[in-house]
Design a protein around this ligand. Structure first.
Ligand SMILES: *Cc1c(COP(=O)(O)O)cnc(C)c1O
Length: 465
């Protein structure tokens, strides 16, 4: 299996190089040259298998021999284990109404679905780097969730040091503590005197300083990394197989921000999993829902919501979908992306509009509706759902058809957003037992001024010999 860039002019790479490269050199995103195919009999053979085995089977064709089968199998078994994802089913389904389920993706170390990809990617990184005899410093900026998932994924890995920047005083106590209470020697948290944008600018500046970047082997585990998308395919297969696939079609509704999660569902479908409908749910930052409905992608300002991980206007992973819709024409994709960057608007030609509307449906959910959904679900089922899940549940209930099996991706634990959930349902969700001491554990964090020289000095010192 080889990988091509969505903009068509970067070198074609194998999986291990794509894993370490992240973004392609031409500014595009890597995507497999073709979609691996599983026959109905191959899917059927995975039914009722443990999650780790399904993950191994799904990842194997993407890895394409760059990691030995026995190693990949072991890494999947270590990742999707009850000591990491604290539920015996790893990604349990919960029925909320006839034909309607949630797929709980929040039993990992940081209580959000990003653990599913990052826990495996952290292990893959460490494995590939150790084999090559090199090490990297992963740097990142976070306004909350991604930072803690990346830290949990790299904790204690010998080939990786992590420097994570967050804006001092501007992330919630739970979010900060999920990062700063990790005391492993390879994890370094920086509280920058500035905003999230200042943190992001500092990271970009370090990447753009090629001499600094090369001498410190800087790397990132951001959401455009193909390995993250690939690792997410397994839970769609796991859910569909649990509900009777390949002998029954299953639909999914996914709360969407950067389009990485729902893109994995699309990939599962391309691999032959009988996925019926893919419903893209957004909060009031509804660019994706609008694009699917109208065939026009038009940028608006980002509005803050109670589902902050979906407060996105430019959905970075959607570029892979544009490439698919454009018949895998890299030059055409590059010029469309350029047009969108320049004008904030892109009108898809009629044939692409038709294909997009055939693959996805879109729906948006406002703030009041999000809170109402949490309260209604609590009263009807005794289940607490987080704000992101509530957005998708609201959209799913409207889209649901009689006789259809519809699964909603439940992307975060309700205790990650306790204030909104309590306001909506009248009950405060408790942190699960393994995080019960989060608010009392010691923290380690370095506060730095918003000064590039100081930040670089810190990154240089953080790297272990
Ligand atoms: C990141 C995130 C999302 C959005 O997922 P994308 O892959 O960016 O579309 C939704 N919900 C939660 C809780 C998240 O952390």
């Amino acid at each position: 299996m080889r990988y091509v860039s969505t903009r068509g002019s970067a070198p074609v790479l194998a999986f291990d190089d794509v894993l370490l490269a992240g973004l392609a050199r031409d500014g595009g995103l890597y995507i497999p040259e073709h979609w691996p195919q599983f026959s109905p009999a191959e899917w059927r053979a995975l039914r009722d298998r443990p999650y780790a085995e399904i993950a191994y089977a799904v990842m194997r064709p993407f890895v394409g021999g760059t990691i030995a089968d026995a190693d990949l199998k072991r890494l999947c078994a270590e990742t999707y284990a009850p000591s990491v994802f604290r539920h015996a089913a790893i990604a349990p389904l919960k029925q909320l109404a006839p034909g309607l389920w949630t797929m709980e993706l929040f039993h990992g170390p940081t209580l959000a679905f990003k653990d599913f990809a990052l826990q495996l990617v952290g292990r893959l990184f460490d494995h590939v780097l150790t084999k090559r005899g090199t090490r990297v410093t992963v740097i990142g900026a976070t306004s909350g969730d991604t930072g803690s998932a990346a830290i949990a994924a790299c904790l204690g890995r010998s080939a990786v040091d992590v420097v994570m920047l967050h804006p001092h005083g501007r992330v919630s106590d739970v979010q900060r503590r999920q990062m700063t209470t990790v005391l492993a020697p390879n994890i370094h948290n920086v509280a920058l005197d500035g905003t999230f944008d200042d943190c992001q600018d500092a990271v970009k500046a370090m990447f753009n300083d090629l001499a600094f970047r090369d001498s410190h082997n800087l790397s990132a585990v951001n959401s455009i990394n193909w390995a993250r998308v690939a690792a997410q395919i397994a839970y769609y297969a796991h859910a569909a197989l649990s509900l009777g696939a390949p002998d029954r079609k299953v639909s999914f509704c996914v709360p969407t921000g950067n389009f990485g999660n729902v893109l994995a569902a699309y990939a599962a479908k391309k691999m032959g999993l009988p996925v019926d409908r893919l419903v893209v749910a957004t909060n009031r930052n509804d660019i994706m829902a609008r694009t699917i409905r109208s065939g026009q992608m038009a940028l608006e300002a980002v509005a803050p919501t109670v589902s902050p991980s979906m407060d996105v206007q430019i959905s970075s992973n959607f570029e892979r979908m544009i490439f698919e819709l454009a018949g895998r024409d890299g030059a055409a994709t590059a010029s469309m992306m350029q047009e969108f960057r320049k004008s904030g608007r892109l009108d898809f030609p009629a044939n692409m509009q038709t294909s997009l509307a055939r693959e996805y449906e879109g729906g948006a959910c406002g703030e009041a509706e999000t809170l109402a959904e949490i309260g209604d679900t609590w009263r009807a089922t005794g289940e607490l759902v987080d704000t992101h899940t509530a957005v998708a549940l609201h959209v799913a209930r409207k889209a649901h058809r009689a006789g259809e099996a519809l699964v909603v991706a439940s992307t975060a634990h309700p205790a990650k957003f306790p204030d909104a959930v309590e306001k909506a349902a009248g009950v405060r969700p408790a942190l699960p037992p393994h995080l019960a001491d989060l608010m009392t554990k010691p923290e380690r964090v370095t506060r730095l001024p918003n000064d590039m020289a100081k930040v670089k000095e810190f990154v240089a010192a953080a790297r272990r010999a």
